[in-house]
Design a protein around this ligand. Sequence first.
Ligand code: GLU
Length: 313
Amino acid sequence: MSMADPDLARIVSDIAEEMSARTDRGQVATYIPELANVDPARFGMALIDLDGHTHVGGDADMPFSIQSISKVFTLTLALGRVGDRLWRKVGREPSGNPFNSIVQLEREMGVPRNPFINAGAIAVTDVILSGRQPRETLGEILRFLQFVAEDETIFIDQEVAASEKRTGFRNAALANYMKSFGVLENPVDFTLGVYFHHCAIAMSCRQLARAGLFLANNGRNPVNGHSVISAERARRINALMLTCGHYDGSGEFAYRVGLPGKSGVGGGILAVAPGLASVAVWAPGLDEAGNSHLGRIALEELARRTGWSIFGH
Ligand code: GLU
C-alpha cells in the first residue's frame, strides 16, 4: 500500500464529529448487564501511523470492554507458545455462523473453525493456559497488552468478567463439548475463567490503536523498535482478521472497509492498514451480526477518504 499523504488529523476529527451527530446507532449488547448499561451515544476513534503520530477524535481516551478484540492478542501469544501446532486445535476458515454457534462444532468433531469465534478463542486460551495456573496466564495476557500498548494502566474490569461468568452458559457448553473431544487440555472451569477475564479487559481507542501497531508494521513496533512477532506471523494474523474478524459479517467488512479488522461486542473495532497505520474505533451500538454499527461506518469513511485498502485504490 502506498501513502497518499492524506490530512489524517482532519479526517479523523471530521469522522468523529460526523459519527457523534448520527442517530442510527444500532443496539448495545444486552447479554450481560454491564454491557447493556453503556451509553450508546459514545463514539471514539484513534489512529496511529508508523511514525507514532496519533490522531484522535471523540471519546478516544475512555476505556471500554474490548471483548473479542482480545482474541487477536491471545492468538499472538498462543502462536508464540506452540507455533503452527496450534492449527491442530483450531482451523483457519471463516465460519459463516454466529460467533457462539454449537451446531458447527458438532459437525466438525470439536475443532472450531477459526481462532476468533468463541469456541476457537476458548481453545486458544486453553493452549496459553497449559503448564500454568489461571492467575499466571491472565497476568501474562494483561502484561502482553500493556507491553504492546506501552501502557501499564490497562486493566481487567472484574465486574464484566464476573457477569460474563455468571451468564456464560453457552460458552460453558462450547468448552465442555470441546473437552469431550480432547481439544481442551485443562479443566474447563480454568480455561473459561481465563477466557472471560481476557474478554473483560478494558482499553481506550488510543491504547488499542497503539497495541495493534506491530500488526501494521511487519510484527515490529515502529516507534520503539521492539520486535513482537515475525513479519510472516503478522501477515497471517492480519489475514485471519480479514477473513474471520467480524463474525458472520466478515465478508461485508472486507467489502466495505478492505482492511483487516477485529470487532468485539463491546462496540470496539481494531483495524490494521499494513505499512500505514493502526486504527481503533468504539461505538457501543451493534448491527445484526454483532459488529459496531457506527464503528464500521467510520472505518468505511476512513478507507474512502484516505484511499487505504489492501485491495487497491
Ligand atoms: N466474552 C464474549 C463472549 O464470549 C465475547 C463476545 C464477543 O465480543 O464476541 O460471549
